[in-house]
Each structure stands twice: as structure tokens, then as C-alpha cells.
Design a protein around this ligand. Sequence first.
Ligand SMILES: Cc1cc2nc3c(=O)[nH]c(=O)nc-3n(C[C@H](O)[C@H](O)[C@H](O)COP(=O)(O)OP(=O)(O)OC[C@H]3O[C@@H](n4cnc5c(N)ncnc54)[C@H](O)[C@@H]3O)c2cc1C
Length: 449
Amino acid sequence: MGAQWIHGPSKKNPVFQLASEYGLLDKEAMSEENQQIEAGGHPLLPSVAYSNAGRVLSPELVEGVRNLFSTLLDQTREFVHATQVPVPSVGEYLRREITRQVKEWTDDDQSKRLKLAILNMYFKFECCVSGTHSMDLVALGPFGEYTMLPGLDCTFPSGYGGLPDQMLSSLPEESVMFHKPVKVVRWGGSYQEESHVGRMFPVQVECEDGEKFLADHVIITVPLGFLKEHHETFIDPPLPPRKAEAIRQLGFGTNNKIFLEFEQAFWPPDCQGIEVVWEDESPLAEAGPDLQAEWFRKIIGFVVLQPPERYGNVLCGFLAGKESEYMETLSDAQVLTALTDVIRRLTGNPHLAPPKKVLRSQWHSAPYTRGSYSYVAVGSSGDDIDALAQPLPEDAADPRQLQVLFAGEATHRTFYSTTHGAVLSGWREADRLLSLYDTSKSHQHKPWL
Ligand SMILES: Cc1cc2nc3c(=O)[nH]c(=O)nc-3n(C[C@H](O)[C@H](O)[C@H](O)COP(=O)(O)OP(=O)(O)OC[C@H]3O[C@@H](n4cnc5c(N)ncnc54)[C@H](O)[C@@H]3O)c2cc1C
């Protein structure tokens, strides 16, 4: 339902390191050759582009447009050290450059329209990558701070869950509690545990079921979407203004998956991905389609789950933004009907059998997530990410340091929105805590975490 690929599987990626050590990857993913490929952070799948006119688009045409889009996208990353940006957002920059380029195209009108329609699909693709409704919401200046590691994206043949399972196996049993939502983290206090008379703790964590835990330190890793909704009551006393501002300003949007299982594959056997192009769309058009009536137009395409012997004939579609959030409000049957219609239009086959099963994520409605992952929104910058990552209390002179620490993907300045960013942020906070204690002194109190 969530993470699928290791983005940039190579030596500096901790998820890749751990997965390799645990033997969770196949040989190809582990190969030196694979680790050296500069793929630009996105999975490069051999895809077929279908259009709503029921035809397969020329692979050469699609590749040409894809190259144009990635060249423009690379340009947007060059503003990272600029003192001024020409426009506030990545979307506006891309559209401005496309408007310039179109004037020089010598194609006939129909080909121009088709190229714009393909470009529009890549805008939607980027919305999925950034987890945003529109690239107009993504800040141009900081965009290049997001760092892509080398390596051709790979998956876990037995599922991503193998990684946390292995990591958990090295911890004492019952050190992780599930289905135990925290209601409030109180800090800056003096709490006493009955069994530890005389010892005071600055932090108390109260769960929704009323159970309380005392601690010297707590690391908060809830999603930014949850913090946006609840930070005023979740942390007591409330966060300092700079941190609250960072939470408000950073972006946290929705990217969802829709899995469709078919009795028979309608796609060619070697096809690993299907791109979906709506021929009447353009990134230069003033208004997009009606969200409620045509939410399905935001679907960028489908990944074919591999290998079919393991998964059956399953496609995984992706869609981001408000359309994705609207999709969450529909029933499975409504989603299935809409997508059957889309696929019939793409294939030009009005009798194509509907999928036998649908399964989708609903990350925006999920109360402990409220979206998918973070991005640097217009009006924010990498400094907000660093502000969010700052521990409490802020006052360096306070003798009770590091009471509340913050980790999670949204606190990693260059790898936000990824699993490796999440892992590294956790290690960063673990190191911060370790540096507070002199582990050679055995008489020290063992801190409660
Ligand atoms: C559709 C989708 C596809 C993705 N694909 C990829 C991919 O291919 N590769 C990649 O690297 N990344 C991918 N990601 C991003 C990746 O999943 C995240 O970056 C990563 O999971 C973030 O980890 P985290 O620990 O910061 O947050 P999370 O994984 O969101 O974990 C936060 C946890 O906090 C819990 N929580 C929230 N509130 C409370 C509370 N009050 N009390 C107790 N617990 C609470 C939540 O239930 C959750 O378990 C994808 C994400 C989505 C949604």
C-alpha cells in the first residue's frame, strides 16, 4: 500500500545496506552494475503508453517528450544556490519553459497537441513523486536540495515488510507496542514513577487508552500530516512558534495506489508499465478536468506487478492530489466501475472484462497519517525541515536536554519522502542521544527512552 522501491539502491542508502545484509534482495539488485546506474531517482520501466482514444502511442514520440520533460526538470534543480528565483514554483517554471519551447516546434497542430498531452502526464507523474496536488505548490528554489542516490530502483521480492521484520528481530520482545496511539506527549515536567521513588522524569507520554509512560527522552516520528492536524494538543506545552510555523509551511500531500487484479492480462507479456495519456489535456490549459466527475484522469498509469507467477495479473495505478483524496471517499465498486471504463477506453475494447478485484490505499483518510509524504511547498524551505528536526527544549542552557526529539522522513533535508530518509533521521536522533551520555561510565543512570 505504501513504499515499493528502494530509491537509489547503492552504498550510501541505509535501506539498501540493511536489505543487502539481511539477504532480502535478488542478485540483480545487489550487482555493482545496478548500483552505479544514474537513473535520476525514478523507476525506469519498459512501458507502453495508451491514450484515451484507444490507441498505443509511438514509443519514439513518448521517449522524446520524456527526455524533454526530464531536461526541464533537471533545470529546476539548478536554482538551489540561486539568490533569486524567476517564479515561485516548479510547476510555473516548467510551464514557462514549455510555452517558450512550443513556439519553436515545427510539428503540425495535432502532433503538438499530442506532445502537450504527454507532457501533462509527466506533470501528474511528478505530482505522485512529490506527493502533491500540483507542481505549482512545490517550491522552485529548494527543489534541488532533494538528493538522488545512484542505483536503479529495486523492490523487495518478498515485500518491504521483510525489512522492519528483520530490524525488529534484534530488539527484545515486546519492546514495540502496536495499536497503541499516543494522545499527548508532555515535556518540561517532573513526573515520578511509583516503582522509582526519588527519580523524576521530564517527559510523560499518555496513550489514548489512558496508559502513561515516563521517560527522560522521547523521539517523535509521527507523520507531518498528523502533526499538521494535532500538534497543538499532541505536544504539551505547545511547540515553540518556529517549529509550529515549519509544520504549517511544509507540504504534505497524498499519493495513493489502486491495485486491479485481472483474470487475463490485456497488456503485452514484456510490458512492465502502462502510461495513460488523455489526448485533450495540456499543462498549458487554464483549468483542469472536473475533479469529482473525472478524478480518474489524474491516474498516471499502472505498474505491472512482477512476476505474474507470484502476483497474478495485477496492475498498480498511482494518483496524487485532490483527485486521489476524492477517490478515497468512493466505494470499491465505484472505483472499479470508473477504472473499468478507463481501461476500456484505453484499449479501445468496450467488452474488456472488468478487474475481478480492486484494492487501494486511503492515506489521506488514515487518521494517523493524513496523507502520504512531505515536500517543500511554496513559502517554505529546507530551513523549515531543519527547524522541525530541532529537539526540545530549545534552550541549550537547560540542564535537562533532549527531552523531545523529532525523526521521520519530513525531518530529513535531502532525503525527505523516502524510506532511507526516514531511517537516516532515526539514526541521526539516536546518535544525538548517544552523544549526551558517556557510555563508559557504568554508574550513570540508564536513561528511559
Ligand atoms: C503510496 C506510497 C508509496 C511510497 N513509495 C515509496 C517508495 O517506493 N520508496 C520509498 O523510499 N518511499 C516510498 N514512500 C514513502 C515512505 O513510505 C515514507 O517516506 C516512510 O514510510 C516514512 O517513514 P516514517 O517513519 O517517517 O513515517 P511513517 O512510515 O508514516 O510512520 C509513522 C508512524 O507513526 C504512527 N503514528 C501516527 N500518529 C501516531 C500516534 N498518535 N501514536 C502512535 N503512533 C502514531 C503511524 O501510524 C505510522 O505507523 C511511499 C509512501 C506512500 C504513501
